[in-house]
Write a protein that binds this ligand. Structure first.
Ligand code: COA
Length: 385
């Protein structure tokens, strides 16, 4: 296996992009990534997208997107693993380059979610849950994460205020991110008083419905050292794991076992542990998710994720900065694009290009992306070079 690096990144302003179609939303950041990398071609492409069929009635993205990017007839593969589609596309691109099959590969992610109404979006997202046991009985994603939150509060005494602190911190970070969908400060009181969505989760505990895309360019490390126009970051680990989709088959609703296993694999591959990570982008689709994930990654003891958020340990100036980009909560969550946007942020931070939200000289960053309520997880670790 060859060592692999990321040499280019691109993203567009996320939000309700009604004046653009899915292909336009994708092509803009893909061209930015190609330009940032300083390459004149790509050899292959992987694109994460959860549900373009339900959101915009368009499948066959592999051909559509290579064509509109002007890169046909290169090979392209659309990758689906619910909200972890982007993370999985990145892993497939990494394996492709590491194996020697291709040299310069684009990993992208895209989702156009606002062309359907709220009910349509909720239906499309719920197809990532167990249809027969969960969705058919009326459970939505806010409902599933509300069950997780209730279990965490019951088992560990996690408080409503601690959940709110996750949203307050991520919105504060998002204010510094020009691409974020909701770059506004919120207070604990505003979170606690926002509209109830699924008890105990309120509007400001939820990631939004978003149109957006992101792209990154990978190549062998040796080549990166010669050609990277704006610097590079080395991929030192890729961990992947699945879990049962249905909650009733899980032993403990407070644990995200797929993330825990993907992280164990990634730490082993990189030869590091949680204490060696300088910052992380994690999948905060709901505030409780960030709490469970930071515990699964080993940053905090089981049951202590909420306390850590409340104490400011996950703030940009805390001992373990989490989601300096603003996370899914503030930046937005175009589901298939999220995993790639996390890599975008990790690379920008490691190259010192993160603008106003730049952390102090980070050397090693982690990205954790998960599908649905944790039925699949990807953990990647990257280092500055
Ligand atoms: N955070 C902050 N503000 C939000 C928001 C969010 N997540 N979602 C919507 N808003 C704002 C809108 O901008 C709008 O503000 P305005 O009245 O000032 O214009 C207002 O809240 C209402 O927006 P609307 O689009 O009508 O909200 P909605 O009730 O249709 O949807 C949720 C809100 C929370 C139900 C929806 O965003 C949702 O389902 N989120 C979860 C997505 C999800 O499950 N993703 C997969 C995770 S695994």
């Amino acid at each position: 296996m060859r060592d692999v690096a990321v040499i280019g990144v691109g993203i567009n302003k996320w939000g309700e992009l009604w004046d653009k179609s899915l292909r336009d939303v994708f092509v803009e950041p893909a061209l930015k990534a190609i330009d940032d990398a300083g390459v004149d071609h790509i050899d292959a492409m992987y694109v994460g997208c959860m549900s373009s069929g339900l959101f915009v009635a368009q499948e066959h993205l592999s051909s559509l997107l290579t064509d509109y990017l002007g890169m046909g007839p290169i090979p392209c593969c659309r990758v689906e693993s619910a909200c972890a589609s982007g993370g999985l596309a990145f892993r497939q691109a990494y394996i492709d380059v590491a194996s020697g099959a291709n040299d310069i590969v684009l990993a992208g992610g895209v989702e156009k979610m606002t062309d359907v109404d709220g009910g349509g979006a909720t239906y499309a997202l719920a197809t990532a849950a167990d249809q027969e046991y969960e969705a058919f009985n009326g459970v939505t994603f806010p409902g599933l994460y509300a069950l997780m939150a209730t279990a965490h509060m019951h088992k560990y005494g996690t408080t409503r205020e601690q959940l709110a602190h996750v949203a307050v911190k991520n919105h504060a970070n998002g204010v510094l991110n020009p691409e974020a969908q909701f770059p506004m400060e919120v207070t604990v009181e505003q979170v606690l008083n926002s509209v109830l969505v699924a008890d105990p989760l309120r509007l400001l505990d939820c990631s939004p419905i978003t149109d957006g895309a992101a792209a990154v360019i990978l190549c062998p490390l040796d080549m990166a050292k010669k050609i990277a126009k704006n610097g590079a970051a080395k991929i030192v680990a890729s961990g992947h794991s699945t879990d049962t989709i249905a909650f009733h088959s899980r032993k403990d609703l407070t644990e995200i076992a797929s993330t825990q296993r993907a992280a164990e694999k990634a730490y082993k591959m990189a030869g590091v542990g949680p204490n060696d990570i300088d910052f992380a982008e994690v999948h905060d689709c709901f505030t409780i998710a960030e709490i469970c994930v930071t515990e699964a990654l080993g940053f905090f003891e089981k049951g202590h994720g909420g306390k850590a958020a409340e104490a400011g340990e996950t703030a940009r100036d805390g001992k373990m900065p989490i989601n300096p980009s603003g996370g899914l909560k503030s930046k937005g969550h175009p589901v298939g694009a999220t995993g790639i946007a996390q890599i975008h942020e990790v690379v920008q931070q490691l190259r010192g290009n993160a603008g106003k939200r730049q952390l102090k000289n980070p050397k090693r960053g982690l990205a954790q992306n998960m599908g649905g309520s944790g039925g699949s997880s990807l953990v990647h670790i990257l280092e500055a070079i």
